[in-house]
Design a protein around this ligand. Structure first.
Ligand code: FAD
Length: 340
């Protein structure tokens, strides 16, 4: 059981900055994110796009903003549970919560900050009848640790950047990489398309275009896929892993069933005070919340995180009085008490 003061669901920009604001108040934080990396939409949807409306940065790429946030929160050593979706919540008699992920990891905290943005990004799955039987047994929809595929046979499906980039990367890790795509043309960056073509010529990637994976075979663990080619028909290819990379779509998902007041797929909060929800102890900040005049911008999430942490502090320590100080006056102190 992972214990913390504020359990943050969502490691997008809002969730990451919450660590900083909580850290200033000496509150411990732990983040859960369904994606294998932090940064939310900035990392997943537009890492290379410049952003022009972050105060103090005339221009910054979304990926660099995430790197900076990670650097800024380092002194507070937050915990991370990545690649797992917060699934269920249980309120204990003392008012604290236990949140369990889809992989069964349990987290205990007196305060929950939902910074879930547009929701958890769910993989778009191919329509293969028995695919659910092989999930975690040879089928993966995102790559968390590429070392899992060292010296293994891998079949990747898809025509976008993820499918191309991972095929290139795994060509040096896996014993065999097959990339299957429905068309001859790829949607990804030209540079990556060319690289895949070069690796295919060198025999380091088996490129199968105008084809689809239509079946999965194997007792318990996957051992081969059935590929249907537009001209040649069906054939079987032996593989240890099948990784369909068809993109991710956001869904509010299980949080919608936690008894929170929901309006237009977002969580209603009290913006006259502290971004609390209808359940005492649960706050919602960033893109995931809604109130009159809400702006779905990164800076709104930062502001909401600062206010929410002050309220969380009072909830956790009702008898202590916190006097707000500027960071330049108080300095930033890590949990070990040393000034950074
Ligand atoms: P998100 O970034 O959405 O992060 C939420 C995280 O929560 C995700 O990683 C998700 O996986 C996770 N999550 C959700 N539910 C669960 C669950 N149940 N369990 C585990 N994890 C969960 N904003 C600007 O201010 N300036 C811009 O220039 C700008 N440009 C944009 C361009 C594009 C193309 C897009 C799509 C958005 C842009 N935005 C911009 C909006 C900005 O990205 C969002 O306002 C911001 O990402 C919100 O941050 P967040 O942390 O609240 O949510």
């Amino acid at each position: 059981m992972i214990k913390t003061d504020i359990l943050i669901i969502g490691a997008g920009p809002t969730g990451l900055f919450t660590v900083f604001e909580a850290g200033l108040l000496k509150l411990k934080t732990h983040l859960i994110d369904a994606l294998p990396q932090p940064g939310g939409q900035c990392s997943e949807l537009y890492p290379k796009k410049p952003i022009y409306d972050i105060p103090g940065f005339p221009e910054i790429k979304a990926g660099d903003l995430v790197d900076n946030l990670m650097e800024q929160i380092k002194p507070f050593s937050p915990g991370f549970t990545l690649g797992e979706r917060a699934e269920t919540i249980e309120k204990l008699e003392d008012g604290s919560f236990i949140v369990t992920t889809n992989k069964g990891t349990q987290h205990h905290a007196p305060v929950i900050a939902i910074a879930g943005g547009l929701g958890s990004f769910e993989p778009k799955k191919p329509l293969i009848d028995n695919i659910a039987d092989y999930e975690d047994n040879g089928v993966a929809y995102m790559i968390k640790d590429p070392e899992v595929y060292r010296d293994k046979k891998v079949v990747i499906a898809g025509g976008g950047d993820s499918a191309l980039d991972w095929s290139i990367f795994l060509a040096d890790v896996a014993s065999e990489v097959t990339l299957v795509h429905r068309r001859n043309e790829f949607r990804g960056a030209l540079d990556s398309v060319e690289k895949v073509g070069e690796l295919a010529k060198l025999g380091k990637i088996n490129l199968v275009t105008r084809a689809e994976v239509v079946g999965l075979l194997g007792e318990g663990h996957l051992n081969s896929v059935v590929i249907n080619h537009a001209d040649e028909g069906e054939f079987i290819r032996e593989t240890d892993y099948f990784i369909p990379l068809f993109g991710l779509s956001p869904k509010l998902g299980p949080i919608a069933d936690w008894g929170l007041e929901i309006e237009k797929n977002a969580i209603k909060v009290d913006n006259s005070y502290d971004y609390s929800t209808n359940i005492p102890g649960i706050y919602a900040i960033g893109d995931v919340n809604t109130y009159k005049g809400k702006l779905k911008l990164i800076l709104s999430g930062f502001h909401e995180a600062a206010i929410m942490c002050q309220s969380a502090y009072q909830r956790i320590f009702p008898d202590k009085r916190y006097v707000m100080k500027y960071t330049t006056v108080g300095g930033i102190q890590g949990f070990d008490g040393t000034k950074k």
